[in-house]
Design a protein around this ligand. Structure first.
Ligand SMILES: Nc1nc2c(ncn2[C@@H]2O[C@H](COP(=O)(O)OP(=O)(O)OP(=O)(O)O)[C@@H](O)[C@H]2O)c(=O)[nH]1
Ligand SMILES: [Mg+2]
Length: 311
């Protein structure tokens, strides 16, 4: 890669970092390879925190508050991942306005990325972008994404600590269980606890968590009530975030997370390389020809896939 770009990233120059992220977003394999080969060995220091939860739960407001409280002595990079571009377009704009006060702070880097158009799926690019931010030596990388199905699973893999933000209206623990939130959260935040019902949902979540068998080397999720409006709960939140970091360090959790990420990055890359190498004009033509045949006479997808593989 361009020597200046590498130097820029490693010295936490915001313009260079933004440029590298744009190159990665464009999913050009040779750009990605050259960026990674210059910076990968400098990664491994940042604390990666994922924040997910339903639309409007307060993820960006909480992130903003964390920046206010931590940025005096920590550098923080925020990556807002927008999995449903047209839907949250307005919210991302809202985030920009909310976080604008931080834009000129050299300790803070903020970037929104969409997932549309990224060839290898969301996780591949998030992990590589997080590697750039890690090489740039940010102390903390916050990955914010709206919780919609698959996306939060990607976040869990990308983050050392996953925070799930709920609100008093999120319903009972059964609904949260059904939504798959239990498995992924290291920390639950009940935000908007200035509203009625926060205590109730916190109690029922804690009751549920207390029924899960506790093992010393496995982190037990914490439930924390916050209000961005009243500025309550944030000391406890920050303490828990760093307790979790220490816990991971003591129990080898950071290496384990790193290993999982590494495996899935290699798997994803191989899948995308093989897929790209596989599809040539001939194979596309066999598929397109089949589409010209009436449905009732068409080969079933398994049979056609086998035929195309053997073509
Ligand atoms: N009452 C109350 N409102 C809050 C609190 N925190 C955030 N809000 C409001 O909730 C709305 C959504 O907040 P955001 O921080 O944009 O939520 P988000 O989860 O980032 O939203 P998306 O990114 O669109 O999913 C805003 O109008 C906030 O002002 C809180 O603690 N109490
Ligand atoms: Mg947001």
């Amino acid at each position: 890669m361009n020597h200046n770009l590498t130097e820029g990233i490693l010295s936490q120059n915001h313009q260079s970092i933004a440029k590298a992220i744009s190159l990665i977003e464009n999913s050009n394999d040779s750009d990605i390879e050259s960026i990674l080969s210059s910076i990968y060995n400098k990664t491994g220091q940042s604390y990666r925190i994922g924040i997910t939860g339903p639309p409007g739960a307060g993820k960006s407001s909480i992130t903003n508050e964390l920046i206010n409280l931590l940025s005096d002595d920590k550098s923080i990079a925020i990556l807002s991942v927008d999995p449903t571009s047209p839907f949250t377009g307005g919210a991302i704009l809202g985030d920009r306005i909310r976080m604008i006060e931080h834009y000129n702070n050299p300790n803070i880097f903020i970037r929104s990325i969409g997932s549309r158009g990224s060839k290898g799926g969301l996780s591949k690019n998030i992990n590589i972008i997080a590697d750039v931010l890690d090489a740039a030596d940010f102390d903390i990388i916050i990955l914010e994404t709206v919780g919609v199905g698959q996306v939060e699973l990607d976040i869990v893999e990308s983050a050392d600590t996953t925070i799930v933000v709920l609100v008093p209206e999120s319903g009972d623990d059964i609904q949260i269980l059904k939504a798959g939130m239990m498995e992924i959260a290291d920390i639950f935040i009940i935000n908007k606890s200035d509203r009625e019902g926060a205590e109730k949902i916190a109690v029922s979540l804690n009751n549920f968590l207390s029924t899960i068998q506790h093992e010393d080397h496995i982190w037990s999720p914490e439930v924390i009530q916050t209000s961005v409006y009243n500025k309550t709960g944030f000391n406890k939140l920050i303490k828990t975030i760093f307790d979790r970091y220490k816990f991971l360090d003591i129990n080898g959790g950071r290496e384990a997370k790193h290993r999982d990420r590494y495996i899935s990055q290699v798997h994803d890359l191989i899948s995308s390389y093989l897929t790209n190498a596989f599809w040539n004009d001939n194979k596309e033509e066999v598929l397109n020809k089949e589409l010209d045949i009436e449905i009732k006479n068409r080969k079933n997808p398994v049979a056609l896939a086998k035929k195309i593989i053997n073509e």
